[in-house]
Design a protein around this ligand. Sequence first.
Ligand SMILES: [Zn+2]
Length: 85
Amino acid sequence: MKLFVTCKDCEAQLPLPYSALDRAELARTVGDTFSLRCPKCHATNTYTVNEVVARESAAIAALAFGLLLLGTGVLAYCANGNANG
Ligand SMILES: [Zn+2]
């Protein structure tokens, strides 16, 4: 899981340069509040750990989707093979 906050100025999703299993661990690492500079609009805002959201990275989501398609294809292939054989 990657941690993100939403930029208060341009609403871009900013990935945090920290990793943590949950907000409690994040709060122990960075404190209750931290400052982050948006690479898109260059605004520096202060965020609280309650504003942090965790989501899976796009690469992992794409990989999971690819495996799902592959699995569906294999099942379809097997079903056709059984019908013909
Ligand atoms: Zn921004």
